[in-house]
Unconditional design. Structure first.
Length: 417
C-alpha cells in the first residue's frame, strides 16, 4: 500500500511533528509512505518539498498573501484563521500519482484550498490536528456555530466586519460533497466531528498520535538536571507550550492562579517552576517560587532531558487536542497534571499517571500539583506514577501500536472507495 501524507511542514510546529511521526511509524511498519510539504526542514529523503529557491519563496509567501482578507474580520478569537482560497499545483500531482491513499494533515497556510481538497480523486483519510476542518476559518473556537451551521443570525457578538467564518464554512459545504474518512487523535475531537453541522455523518476513527518510545524514554533524573543546569534536590514542575505564556488557549494565566493557591501549601515547599517555549520576560512574575526559563528547545534529546529532569508536568490548557508534550512526558515517565478537558483524558489516567482537575478550577489544579509532588520519588523512573505513565505511553502511543491502527483505517478507506 502506498500512502502520501500532506502537511504544511514536516517538523515545524506540533501538528507537523505529529504528522511526521505518523508518516515514519507507518514506514517502519512496512507501508510505502511518503510526505509532501510546503516547508521541508528535516533533511529527510522520504519528505518532498519545494526544491528551487523560487518555489520555496513562493510557498513561503502564500500564507502571507491572504492576510489582507483575514484582517477584514474583527474578532475576539485570537487563534489563527485560514481561508484556504489559493489554488495549488498539489492536486494535479496527487491525482497523477500512484498513491492508494492520500492522507491529509494540517494543510492550511494556503497549502491546499478548500476547492483543491474537493478535487482530489484518490481515497482520502484526514487526521485533524485542530477544529478547522469542520469550523469556518478559525482553528479553535469556544463558539458553537460549527454545531449549528454558520448563519447570519448566530454570529458571536465579539465579531464584526466581513464574516470570514461564514464564507469559509459555506465554501466547505459547497466543495466537499463526498464524505472523507476523518481520524482524530482524541475522543474529544471525534465527538466534536460527530456533533458538527458539516461532518456529523462522516466516518470517524480515533487514533492517537505516536511517539517513538525507544527514543523517548527516561534519563536518570540527576544526570538530566546536571545537563540542563537545573537544581538537583528540589521539586521541579514543568510547563511548556509554543510561545509559552502568550497563547491564552494554553492557560498560563490559570497556572498562575493555581500557583498562588500553592504558596502556603507545605506539599509544594521548595518547588521551582521550569518553563520552556519562552525566554525570560523583561519583568518576570513574582509567584513566590523560583522560575527557570529554558527558551525554545528544538532537538528531541534536550526535550527528553527536560521531561526527565522534572518531577511533574502541568498542562493547564483551556482547549487542546492531544498535545505532543503530554505524550512525550509520559514516554519519559513524567506524570502530567491537567484539566479534564479536550484530549487530556486520552493521555492522563487520573491519579494513576497524573491528575485531572475539574475544568478551569484552579484550586483543584493546585491540589493536583501538590498531590503529584507528594508522590515524588528519586530514581530513573520517578516512582509509581512515573512507571505507570511510561507503561501507558508504551501501550497507547508507541509507534507500532499506532501504525497498526492506521493500517486498519486505511483498509476501511480502500474498501469503502
Amino acid at each position: 500500500m502506498k500512502v502520501i501524507h500532506l502537511n504544511h511542514s514536516d517538523i515545524s510546529g506540533g501538528a507537523a511533528r505529529a504528522a511526521y511521526r505518523i508518516h515514519h511509524s507507518l514506514g517502519d511498519a512496512g507501508v510505502d509512505s511518503l510526505m509532501w510539504v510546503n516547508k521541508a526542514k528535516a533533511g529527510d529523503w522520504t519528505v518532498e518539498g519545494p526544491a528551487s529557491k523560487v518555489s520555496k519563496a513562493l510557498a513561503a509567501v502564500r500564507s502571507h498573501s491572504v492576510r489582507p482578507l483575514v484582517n477584514t474580520l474583527k474578532t475576539g478569537n485570537p487563534i489563527i484563521h485560514s481561508p484556504a482560497i489559493l489554488p495549488s499545483q498539489w492536486v494535479k500531482r496527487i491525482n497523477a500519482s500512484d498513491a492508494d491513499i492520500v492522507h491529509l494533515h494540517w494543510v492550511q497556510g494556503e497549502m491546499l484550498s478548500i476547492a483543491d481538497i474537493g478535487r482530489i480523486q484518490k481515497p482520502i483519510g484526514w487526521t485533524l490536528h485542530d477544529m478547522w476542518a469542520f469550523c469556518g476559518a478559525e482553528h479553535y473556537t469556544e463558539d458553537h456555530r460549527w454545531r449549528e451551521g454558520y448563519r447570519r443570525d448566530n454570529r458571536p457578538s465579539h465579531e464584526s466586519g466581513f464574516d470570514l467564518n461564514h464564507w469559509t464554512w459555506q465554501r466547505k459545504r459547497k466543495h466537499w460533497q463526498q464524505p472523507m474518512h476523518i481520524v482524530t487523535p482524541s475522543q474529544w475531537l471525534a465527538d466534536c466531528v460527530r456533533k458538527s453541522a458539516l461532518m456529523r455523518d462522516w466516518p470517524v476513527s480515533v487514533v492517537a498520535n505516536p511517539v517513538d518510545t525507544e527514543r523517548w524514554k527516561p534519563l536518570e533524573q540527576s544526570l538530566a538536571r546536571e545537563l540542563l543546569g537545573l537544581p538537583a534536590d528540589v521539586p521541579l514542575l514543568l510547563f511548556g507550550a509554543m510561545g509559552g505564556g502568550r497563547d491564552p488557549r494554553k492557560g498560563f494565566d490559570l497556572l498562575l492562579q493555581a500557583l498562588e493557591h500553592l504558596r502556603d501549601d507545605t506539599r509544594a515547599q521548595g518547588m521551582e517552576l521550569v518553563i520552556f517555549g519562552q525566554r525570560a520576560p523583561q519583568s518576570p512574575p513574582n509567584l513566590g517560587f523560583p522560575i527557570h526559563y529554558t527558551g525554545h528547545l528544538h532537538d528531541d534529546l534536550s526535550l527528553r532531558a527536560l521531561y526527565s529532569a522534572a518531577d511533574a508536568m502541568v498542562t493547564p490548557s483551556r482547549q487542546d487536542n492531544l498535545p505532543n508534550t503530554g505524550v512525550e512526558a509520559h514516554a519519559c515517565a513524567t506524570p502530567v497534571i491537567a484539566f479534564h478537558i479536550g484530549g487530556l483524558p486520552d493521555i492522563v489516567e487520573h491519579q494513576r499517571t497524573g491528575y485531572l482537575a475539574k475544568a478551569f478550577d484552579t484550586e483543584d489544579l493546585a491540589h493536583g500539583i501538590a498531590w503529584v509532588l507528594a508522590q515524588r520519588a528519586t530514581g530513573p523512573i520517578g516512582g509509581l506514577l512515573g512507571q505507570q505513565a511510561r507503561e501507558r505511553a508504551e501501550a497507547r502511543f508507541a509507534a507500532p501500536v499506532v501504525a497498526a491502527q492506521y493500517r486498519a483505517v486505511y483498509e476501511q478507506i480502500v474498501y469503502s472507495a
